[in-house]
Design a protein around this ligand. Sequence first.
Ligand SMILES: [Zn+2]
Length: 353
Amino acid sequence: MINPERFCNNCIMPESKMVPLNDSGICRYCADHKKIVLKGEDQLLALFNKFTNKHNKYDCLVNISGGRDSAYALLSLVKDYRLKVLAVNYANPFTDEQAKRNIARMVSILGVDLVQFELPKNIHKRILKNNIRAWFKNPSPAMIPAVCIGCKIIWPDIIKIAKKNNITCIVNGGNPYEYTSFKKELLGVSHRAGLNRTYAQNILGLGKEALKNLSYLKPQFLPATIKGYLFANQYAPGSRLLAGDIERIDLFHYLPWREDNVISRIKKELDWNSPKDLDSTWRFDCQIGHLKDYMYMKTLGFTEKTDFFSIMVREGLMSRGEALERISRENKIHNDKIEKLFSAIGINNIKLT
Ligand SMILES: [Zn+2]
């Protein structure tokens, strides 16, 4: 593992070749940081007005994972905005047991309908196994998101469920503080570039990376991989083409996201919980998250959580001291959980160091 000696004086990014510090000890993400501006509740209400149909059984669809932000999105839409919500969940074979319990509880407490779906032919497990093996052959931080390709393939199914139910509004629990800057840079895209402008550049960067390690490009997984990237986000061409008439809303791009408020409300109102053996309440819902933490720590010396807390510090949502304290507690690498994942997918010849 990489052990940094210095951290940015403003946030908690560790100094490295990739994240150099300037003469004042500040990283470029802090130096270039522009305050995140929310679109506001009025705009959110205008979208609900435009894209929900009063005569339809459902006003909107929410994709839930059992994690905290999608749980809050569901809660808020039902209780605060009184919308008729259809909850959809991809029965990800790597869902944490606590996340499954959270899903069952929240739909029952809120009285919402739930549609669960699976991907055919064990594709998620097979593609994950291939991409993990490929990564360990040549560990590159740019290719770590390839272990999450399974959850990118699900968008066509979610859009189909929306269309079948005449729903033209899909709401996600995404928040703007989660958009990591360093991932784009690993693919040769500036950290200043916006999500809607960088899709093509990202794909080009990924293509170049995959060509360096052909294990990612096994013919049997190519259709699923291409599909995943065609639907990766709302700006991707697949999403535009298939769901041009469906509005996709990230709730916390409109409403303020406050971690303590999110957690306290879902705990109190949905009986939501995170696993007792983990210090963090963030992104435990999929077991692959532990592997990603390992991969980022191994190659960059920090994780997505370091980046996330750093953005919160820049935004004034957390003090630097609190971020440093929390990262020392929450940034643990859980090799036992990664080994459990490996054994579940039949990988037994990769040693974690
Ligand atoms: Zn910084």
